[in-house]
Design a binder for this molecule. Sequence first.
Ligand code: MG
Length: 457
Amino acid sequence: MAERLIISISGVRGIVGENLTPSVASDYARGFGTFLKDSSGGKEKVSVCVGRDSRPSGEMLKEAVVEGLCSVGVDVIDLGLVTTPSVGIMLRDLRCDGGVVITASHNPVQYNGIKLLLGNGIAPSSEAAAQIKQYFGNKQFSDVDSAGLGEVTSNSQSDAIHIDKVLAIVDKDLIGAKNFRVVLDSVNGAGGPITKKLLAEVNCKVTAINDEPTGLFAHTPEPIAENLTGLCEAVKAEHADIGFAQDPDADRLAIVDGKGNYIGEEYTLALAAEYIFSKKSGSAATNLSTSRMIDDIAVKAGGKVYRTAVGEANVAGAMVEHNCVIGGEGNGGVIDLRVGPIRDSLVSIVLVLQLMAETGKTVEELARQIGGYYMSKEKFAADESEAAQILNAAKKLFAGAKLDATDGYRFDFDDGWVHLRTSNTEPVMRLIVEAKDKVAAQKYIDAVSDIRKEIVG
Ligand code: MG
């Protein structure tokens, strides 16, 4: 049976040729364009930047989106094949009212999606996302006559502008003097060309694998340990200082150390924060499912961490509200507001290289210095009523813990924490547990497992 089209806070995602067709893409763009016009306060002309990742279906869906936007009178600036953060940066640079990225992020090639950004460069809030969904669902489109159609222009400056903004937050010459040997795995996504240019700017000796943006992913694209064995081997073979793995739209980054070991996606944000907090005080923001490492780093520097519901828009929104110096998500997505309120693997790369250059330490040493925890992430099937019962039972069981009920329940203990939440996109619950060691974590995992067995069976 075909999966249903998923319409969530960040846009739509589906399988090309099954539920994600050009007509769906065009209608979704018509709904988004109409929403932007209605919320623009009567602005004469509304404009949107459109980019796509490297998937073979990207060009077709982009054309459909452009057509939909023009039909409701929205001007389009076509950025071509670019990373997701490039779209976020360009829409602000060009003062557009919104952005659209044709990408299904880390999902396999048969998927594609349409990710939306508002004029501030951030994905819509849940309220705005619900409104856009209504425009689309109700086919509430303000079509225009031929005189009012949107116009399409192209812009090929994304790489140059994006790279300039990223280099402005580090000392290019200091990194350049180190001649780091880097292996880059862009999984044939959008990241290869721009990231090679960035690394050349900081004088790295780069071995790029899977760098052609064909969309024919050389391995399963999510940048997690099991998919990065090729990168680990290449780092060893090249005697590289570090290996970087991007997801197909290049907002997430995972790191392999100089010994060829995958250090875990949670360390990307931790290392970036380690650098930022070595330079300034201030606060950070991250979601409730992200490791405590960032709290340790921030507290050491006299700062604090704001925790939000899971979702890039929530983290970016909190960062803007509290003027955070760093933020992001534990899945390898780092946000630095000086570049833009969007997860950006290029930002992560330069911050980590800068940290290595300044300290003279290897990735292994830096990760060891930060320390670490044992973390477990799992999901299990639970419908709405079961999920509510599980949350209630957990609240009773963990009555002694500090409770945060922003997004499901997060229970904080002295030696660890438990985050139980329902997924936004599937009928499952996610359980994330982090503790000082495996034994301590297992105690919490087992406790939730007992509750789950009693309620779900
Ligand atoms: Mg992504």
